[in-house]
Design a protein around this ligand. Structure first.
Ligand code: URA
Length: 234
């Protein structure tokens, strides 16, 4: 399938190249071909988003949600994918993951290592806000698993960050707690997974400096992974 290999296409689409398709210059044509494949791959992600925007597999979630929160709005290939638990109240209103207070903390931590929201694709284990922010149920997770797996395949990240106990235990299929798992790299289906606590713990603990420093250590590990140069990397 074409989207499986789209991770190697790192040149952003440039509409102006369309005229070069017919210019006869091989190099420009090669760039344009990359762009064309990029367009095709990203539209696969948009198709998936469209499909799930009307999903009604989970009746309780369907009747409570304002909208399906698919993921980051930019919808582009990213070296980092972040998987949270489920949309909260603000995410349900706005239609984007991590746009509330936890999102602000995430933005700050990314900024401290020179990254921003455009460098990451964020989604959740499920796409709809659970009533009263309860944990996702097993059947809801199951209904949303195919979507999550396909999204990972299309975003093709170099590393997946799982935020919090729930997302981490679900993705790594373990019962081990986040305190033990955090800050180390695990392998799942051939991909690197880096678990971190959910940023909300900082909110529950008055933005404690020692907890914040723990997150900074985790983000240092992330930076290290991104700087690793191995065959086939970006
Ligand atoms: N917490 C999550 O786990 N996901 C969001 O999108 C927002 C808050």
């Amino acid at each position: 399938m074409i989207y499986k290999s789209f991770g190697i296409f790192s040149i952003p689409p440039k509409i102006s190249y369309w005229s070069d398709y017919f210019s006869g210059k091989a190099e420009e044509f090669a760039i344009s071909l990359n762009d064309a494949v990029f367009f095709i791959c990203m539209s696969e992600l948009n198709v998936l988003k469209e499909q799930y925007s009307v999903c009604d597999k989970c009746s309780e979630l369907t009747s409570h949600r304002s909208q399906v929160v698919f993921g980051s709005r930019h919808m582009k290939e990213c070296p980092i994918m972040i998987i949270g638990e489920a949309p909260g109240k603000k995410e349900d209103e706005i239609g984007e993951p991590f746009v509330g207070k936890s999102g602000e903390i995430l933005n700050q931590l990314l900024d401290e290592i020179g990254l921003n929201r455009g460098d990451v694709f964020i989604t959740n284990t499920i796409l709809c806000r659970p009533p009263e922010n309860r944990n996702p149920k097993q059947d809801e997770l199951k209904n949303c698993r195919n979507r999550l797996d396909k999204t990972v395949e299309m975003i093709n990240p170099k590393v997946i960050i799982t935020l919090g106990n729930f997302s981490t235990q679900y993705i790594l299929d373990t019962k081990e707690g986040i305190t033990k798992l955090r800050g180390k790299i695990y392998s799942k289906n051939g991909r690197k997974v880096l678990p971190m606590p959910h940023p909300a713990v900082l909110l529950y603990n008055g933005m404690s400096e020692s907890i914040l420093n723990g997150f900074r250590e985790d983000f240092k590990v992330l930076k290290g992974v991104l700087e690793e140069k191995t065959m086939g990397d970006y």
